[in-house]
Write a protein that binds this ligand. Structure first.
Ligand code: 5GP
Length: 176
């Protein structure tokens, strides 16, 4: 059990479990994208740690770029997406894998997928470490998912609560 500000969180997914799953995702991507030109588009801030481990688990020739959006304040989604760093790379003709830390309502990935598809890529797929199926309201397929989890707030391994906890190497779930 850990405490961040006023909230308590308990261990949910250990670092070993995370790495095992990330390596499995890396192996699947390596197979699926063999012979293709891949660009990983990473959604900041939360996905930086996942993206780093995922990149190391594939030997695909690939490039990486970052976008920054936010829709959460504290533990609530605001349903409004703020874009603060846009895409700086030409992705036309490239196979894009959008890397997310967590898909909750799906607003963020839905918004980004639409935006990327307008830029003439060869394909766009979504790869998210965590997925909350009960909260999902989107229509895009989340093709690559590490863990499907219940609709409860989590922190650690890149994910924050009030700007804290991103550096934790375990994923914790809100308790009280
Ligand atoms: P969506 O747009 O799918 O509702 O939410 C996606 C974004 O909300 C994620 O990229 C993440 O930043 C944030 N988010 C959603 N659920 C959680 C959660 O359980 N914990 C944390 N820390 N952030 C979350």
């Amino acid at each position: 059990m850990i405490r961040i500000d006023d909230k308590h969180f308990e261990t949910f997914i250990t670092h070993d479990e995370i790495l095992k799953e990330v390596n499995a995702l890396g192996a699947t991507l390596t197979q699926d994208y063999s012979g293709k030109e891949v660009v990983f588009v990473v959604v900041l801030n939360g996905a930086f740690m996942f993206a780093s481990d995922l990149m190391k688990s594939t030997d695909l020739p690939c490039d990486i770029t970052f976008v920054k959006v936010s829709s959460y304040e504290g533990m609530e989604t605001t349903n409004k997406i703020t874009e603060s760093i846009g895409l700086s790379m030409d992705i036309s003709g490239k196979h894009v894998v959008l890397i997310e830390d967590i898909v909750d309502t799906g607003n963020t990935v839905g918004y980004l997928k639409d935006l990327l598809e307008k830029l003439d890529p060869a394909s766009v797929e979504i790869c998210s470490l965590l997925f909350k199926p009960e909260a999902y309201k989107g229509s895009s397929e989340i093709k690559y998912v590490g863990f499907s989890i219940p609709d409860a707030f989590v922190v650690g391994y890149g994910l924050d609560y009030n700007g804290k906890g991103r550096n934790l190497n375990t994923i914790y779930q809100f308790k009280n």
